[in-house]
Design a protein around this ligand. Structure first.
Ligand code: PLP
Length: 312
């Protein structure tokens, strides 16, 4: 397949059946490898949808700068899309960003500013909102937490790809960050299948699993539609690390830390099923997490059990 641009290479990521995580013969666990997108994460999908929709609506015009508060994957994805489309990108970063991430943003041509004394994404959001207010018309802020084109990207691309590849999917599992993946894929699957279930993997409040957020910390992203969820399972960060390493050891799949949390939940769900197919979305590859050395650590043989509620 020859693409006309790197933007056409977004999506259509591989779906792989895991051979060492299924609890019994009639139950399969599949993983969708979003690390195979051009910048290495699921966020390429929403970056393209948010920018394209803003252009079509006239909210983003040549000469304007795209401004986004982000320390993570979304910034890198926006940097690729903006580079291709010719918009300057300015990312507002919290103080604790790793040098690799800043270097990658700059490699794509993005500029960065630090939100002073900001340790969380929330502080970076306030700073970016202030910048938009201070200079009306200069910036366009996609704001992934409140932009309907975030779940729409998953409704129109990720969801159909999953149904095409596993037509009888019984349960879909993904991490909860903005909620865009769970909302968009969940809605699509529920619109097309009668009894599919959708389960969120979430961290403990205060326990960092990069890319995921605990709703108890007080911010419910506007794009999250909680009515599509059939359960929310909490996974601690050590278990997420452990499972990410186990995925490498047993299946030779190199994925990021939130993938370990998602896989842990997928396996717990699979254990409840007599038969069926569980599909887990792994948001990114392992490259950005090498400095954690999670793959060379030893882990306790009995990691903490998952907690949470399954409402079916
Ligand atoms: C590594 C990683 N995993 C999971 C997620 C969660 O995805 P979503 O924002 O669609 O809920 C994100 C994004 O926030 C992420 O960067």
């Amino acid at each position: 397949m020859a693409y006309d641009s790197i933007l056409d290479a977004i999506g259509n990521t591989p779906l792989v059946r895991l051979n060492h995580f299924s609890p019994r013969p009639g139950v399969s666990v599949y993983v969708k490898l979003e690390g195979y997108n051009p910048t290495g994460s699921v966020k390429d999908r929403i970056a393209l949808f948010m920018i394209r929709a803003a252009e079509e609506a006239g909210e983003l015009q040549p000469g304007q700068t795209v401004l986004e508060p982000t320390s993570g994957n979304t910034g890198i994805s926006l940097a690729m899309v903006c580079r291709m489309k010719g918009y300057p990108l300015l990312c507002v970063l919290p103080d604790n960003v790793t040098p690799e991430r800043e270097a990658l943003l700059r490699a794509f041509g993005a500029d960065v500013v630090y939100a002073e004394n900001a340790t969380s994404t929330n502080d970076a959001v306030f700073k970016a909102q202030q910048m938009v207010r201070d200079e009306p018309g200069r910036y366009f802020m996609p704001y992934q937490y409140g932009n309907e084109n975030n779940p729409r990207a998953h409704y129109e691309t990720t969801g159909p790809e999953i149904l095409r590849d596993v037509p009888e999917v019984s349960v879909f599992v993904a991490g909860l960050g903005t909620g865009g993946t769970l909302t968009g894929v969940g809605r699509y699957l529920k619109d097309n299948l009668s009894d599919v279930k959708v389960i969120a993997a979430v961290p403990h409040p205060g326990d960092l699993v990069q890319g995921l957020r605990a709703l108890e910390e007080g911010f419910i992203p506007p794009v999250l539609d909680e009515s599509v969820l059939d359960g929310r399972i909490v996974v601690d960060s050590v278990s997420s690390f452990h499972m990410t390493k186990e995925l490498m050891q047993k299946e030779a799949i190199f994925a990021g830390i939130s993938s370990g949390a998602v896989l842990k939940v997928a396996v717990r769900i699979a254990e409840r099923l007599e038969s069926g197919h569980v599909v887990a979305l792994l948001a990114d590859g392992g490259w950005k997490y090498l400095s954690t050395e999670l793959w060379s650590r030893d882990y306790d043989e009995t990691p903490e059990e998952t907690q949470g509620t399954i409402w079916w």
